[in-house]
Design a protein around this ligand. Sequence first.
Ligand code: SF4
Length: 94
Amino acid sequence: MNDPKSGKEGLNVWIDPKRCISNAKCTTAAPGIYVLDEETQVAEIADWEGATVQQLFAGARACPTQAIIIEQYGRRVYPQILTPMFEAPEPDDD
Ligand code: SF4
């Protein structure tokens, strides 16, 4: 993972390079905030100081692989953690 950014509105934001597929959805959703590293092609936060909370979340929501992970005040806020399904869901009736 590249260096996590922290401090703004209690946020910690980082990008998991194992999940980043370099498709630039985050850079489109939050231009100038997220950029792709020229060498690794992994997304990184280019403008932490200038980023708004909304921009940071917009980039995270745009990521199809949920590579951008956000905590706020020490708790995970994105992506949300889902409870596992322990049994197969019932098939739809229709
Ligand atoms: S949207 Fe996700 S997978 Fe795509 S470049 Fe950004 S962090 Fe990587």
